[in-house]
Write a new protein. Sequence first.
Length: 465
Amino acid sequence: MANPSSILDYERIDQLGRSPEPSAQELKDILDKARLLKGLEDPEAASLLAVTTPEARQAILEAAAFVKSEIYGARMVLFAPLYAGNKCSNDCLYCGFRRTNKDLTRITLNRHQIEEETRALLAQGHKRLLLLTGETGAYGLDYMMDALDAIYSVREKGANIRRVNVEVAPMSVDDFKVLKTGNIGTYTCFQETYDPTYYAKYHVAGPKANYLNRLTVMDRAMEAGIDDVGLGVLFGLAPWRQEVISMLDHARHLEKRWGCGPHTVSVPRLEPAHGAPISSAVPHPVNDDDFRLLVAVLRLTLPYTGIILSTRESVEMRNSLFRYGVSQVSAGSRTEPGGYQDAKESETFSHSQFSLADHRSLHQMVSDLVDGGFVPSFCTGCYRMGRTGADFMDLAKPGLIKCFCLPNGLSSFAEYLEEYADDSLKTRGYATIDRLANEAETPEIRQRIIDGVAKVRTGGRDIYV
Ligand code: SAM
Ligand code: SF4
C-alpha cells in the first residue's frame, strides 16, 4: 500500500496484522514481560492478537486483569456525555447524525439549554463530562467556548462540573490554542478506521472525508499545548487486528514526536443507528471474545493509558471488561441533545446518534460497581493539579500515581455517597472505603485516605491532593 502519511507505517502494520500465533513459550515470555507493568512492543502485542485457543486467550485476560489491578486498583472513573448539537455536514455511513438522514430531528442547544443539561447531570452526581457535537460551521470555536463556559458556570447543590473533555471536529493549531483556554481536559477524536481505503468508503462527503486532516489532528492539538489527547477506533468498520496495531502505531508516533502518548484510547463497537445503513450490516463485526482480547492486549501494551468504554456495550460485557482493562466508563448516558432534561424511559430515536445497550442510571451503575468490588471515582485531581501529559505519565509510570489516585478517588466517591446515595448504598460504599484504607500499600496512603474522607464527611467538598 502506498504510504499516505508518515504518521503510520502501513507496511509494518500490514505485516504485524498477519503475525503468527505465538508458541506456548513465546506467549509465556510476553505475558511475564507484561506483568512487569512496563508495556509491550507492538510486535508482541500483534502476537497476542493472533492467539486463538480459549486457554491461551484466558491467560492473556488474566495477565490484563493483573496489570489493571496493580496500576488502577479498584477505581473506575465515571463520566457522562453531553451532546450539544446533532447537525452535521458529514456523511459517515454508520452515524445517525449524518447529513443525509432526513428522519433525524436536528437540535442545537443554546447556552441556557446547555446549562440545564449540566444541571440535570450535576443533580445525578456527575463531575466529569464529555462534550460532543456533530461537525458543522454552527459548532465552531465560538460555540464551543460558550458551551464550555456555560457548563463550568453551573452550580447545583453547591457542586460544579470539574472536568470537561471534548470530542469535536478536528481544528487548526490556532483554534486549539483558544480551545485550551476554555479549560478542557482531554481532546478526543476517533480515527474511526486507520485504513485509508475503508475510510474513504464510509466517509463519503463533508470535511471528514479528508483522512489526513483527521489523522494529523492530534499533532495539531499537541502543538497547541493540549497534552491530554484521546485516540479511538470504531470497531466494525475494518479488520480489528490491523486497527488495534494501527492505533498502537499512532500512539508510538505521538510518544516519539511529543514525548507523551495518548492519555486515553476508546474502543467503541458499531451499534445500530437509525438512518445509518452500515450500522445494521456491520462490515467487519468484532465478536465478544475478540473484543475482550483486544481490550486486554491494549491494557498490557499501554498500561498507563486510560481505556474508555461507553454505554454502547451491554451490562455483561462492561462488567467483564472492567476487570480486563477498561478504566473509564460513561454512565446514565443519552446520545440526543437535550436528553437529560426530558429524560424518558425509552430512547428518543428521532434525534439520538446511535442506540445504547446499557440503560442503567448513574445511581444503579454506582451501586453495581460497589457490589462488584469496584470504587466509582469522580476524581479530577490530577488534571487540576497540572498533572497532565508527560507529567502524568512520568508520575504514573513508577506507580506514584497510586499515592494520589486512590485517596482522591475515594474522597470523590465519599462526596457522592454524602450527596446522592441512599442508606443502603452509603453503608456498602463506606464499607468499601474502609476496606481499601485498611489494604492501602503504605501507611502514608492509608492516612491520606482517612484524612480526605473525614474532610468530606464533615462537610468538605472537592478534596484532592
Ligand atoms: N462528530 C464528531 C466526530 O465524528 O468526531 C464528534 C462526535 S461523534 C458524535 C462521536 C463518535 O461516535 C464518532 O467518532 C463515532 O466513532 C461514534 N459513532 C457514530 N456512529 C456510531 C454508531 N452507530 N455506533 C457506535 N458509535 C458510533
Ligand atoms: Fe457527523 Fe460525527 Fe456522526 Fe460523522 S460521526 S456523521 S461527523 S456526528
